[in-house]
Design a protein around this ligand. Structure first.
Ligand SMILES: [Zn+2]
Length: 368
């Protein structure tokens, strides 16, 4: 009990020093201004584990190794702060506070890094890891249930009113873990029914992240046994649309098993995302520069030579030259300004869509 109290005290000091308390007050002002009374209030905090370790080692250890316990402690501290400072008038229970903690970076030790090319994965404890990789696919932004309120169906039970049964999303949980029809009351075991009006929705996007070494596999001609498996990354709310296909990122996330009968998949719930530049040099090679100098006598010769051999690991030089040239021109145009809507559209018609798929993969991952 003492240790829980001292952890909560450390959280108060941390929030005060890191500006988290000010953010809590600002977020509460937004909820206060809202016309409708909410059932669940979401607060997200960017947290620095190294600052926490410096402030209070047990708290730093908790955020690194037991994130669910850390969330529950922050939830308690936030609820007490809201009540003490009267930040939201109509909040009734602690479970109405939905806290999301986002570690911004982790200690630079192997135990906190996850190599996407290594197997087996996902047998360790559920805690944050740092991983680096290449985005190869992503979905559109869709909705998910951030939080839901349930009421007891037995009218005499105290849980048939108020905010006793609040369910919020946790890392690795599916939609049915938050909203389902077979939950029962913890007081009287009667079935619970959802108060649909109080459901809070958030944004969700799925991203496929691959080890950057997978790109080199296109250059390997022998039937190597090496295979790379992409990882599904869940981006939620503020993190949606923060990644782009073909770009490299460093992610801090919590790996989790997602149970969707009959399958169990291993995926990562992202906490923070930063663009990443690998240490290897991306300079244009001397051979390539010499080639350009040697073919400078004609405005077309260099482009023709490059197009001829572009993607030679997918299709031998000499084939699909017009398509290759089109893709290269498109690459040059988009690379100058990735956000420009004026990129060159390339239309390719073929009976063999596999080749086009492979070309588009090269195009995404090899910006010249
Ligand atoms: Zn009940």
């Amino acid at each position: 009990m003492d240790s829980l109290l001292s952890l909560k005290e450390a959280i108060v000091i941390y929030l005060d020093r890191s500006g988290g308390l000010r953010k809590l007050i600002e977020d509460c002002n937004v909820f206060k201004g809202a016309q409708q009374m909410g059932a669940v209030y979401r607060f997200s905090f960017d947290v620095s584990p190294s600052d926490m370790l410096e402030l209070d080692a047990p708290l730093g250890d908790c955020i690194l190794h037991d994130p669910l316990k850390a969330v529950s402690l922050f939830q308690s501290v936030c609820y007490l702060s809201i009540k003490t400072l009267s930040l939201i008038d109509h909040i009734e229970t602690e479970s109405q506070v939905n806290v999301v903690l986002k570690p911004t970076h982790l200690p630079p030790f192997p135990d906190y890094c996850l190599d996407l090319s290594e197997f087996p994965r996902g047998y360790g404890p559920m805690r944050p890891f740092a991983l680096e990789g290449l985005v190869i696919a992503m979905t559109r932004v869709t909705k998910y249930t951030q939080g839901a309120r349930f009421l007891c169906s037995e009218e005499t039970c105290p849980c048939s009113r108020g905010f006793h049964h609040i369910r919020v999303h946790a890392p690795g949980a599916t939609e049915s873990a938050t909203v389902r029809s077979d939950f029962t009351c913890f007081l009287c075991s009667s079935p619970l029914k959802e108060d649909v009006k109080s459901r809070v929705l958030g944004d969700k996007q799925l991203v496929e992240l691959m080890h950057v070494k997978a790109v080199n596999i296109l250059g390997v001609h022998d039937a190597a046994s090496l295979r790379y498996q992409s990882v599904t990354l869940f981006l939620r709310d503020e993190l949606c649309n923060s990644m782009r296909i073909g770009h490299l990122y460093r992610v801090v996330g919590i790996p989790a098993h997602v149970h969707q009968w009959p399958n169990v998949t291993w995926s990562v719930e992202a906490c923070s995302i930063q663009p990443w530049t690998p240490k290897c040099s991306c300079l244009v090679s001397n051979n390539f520069q010499n080639l350009q100098a040697a073919s400078a006598c004609s405005p077309w010769r260099f482009a023709a030579i490059v197009a001829n051999s572009f993607g030679s690991s997918v299709v031998p030089p000499g084939l699909y030259n017009t398509l290759k040239l089109g893709l290269l021109l498109s690459l040059v145009q988009t690379e100058d300004n990735p956000d420009s809507p004026n990129h060159l559209d390339v239309l390719a018609l073929t009976s063999d869509s596999l080749i086009i798929d492979r070309y588009s993969f090269i195009k995404c991952t090899y910006p010249f």
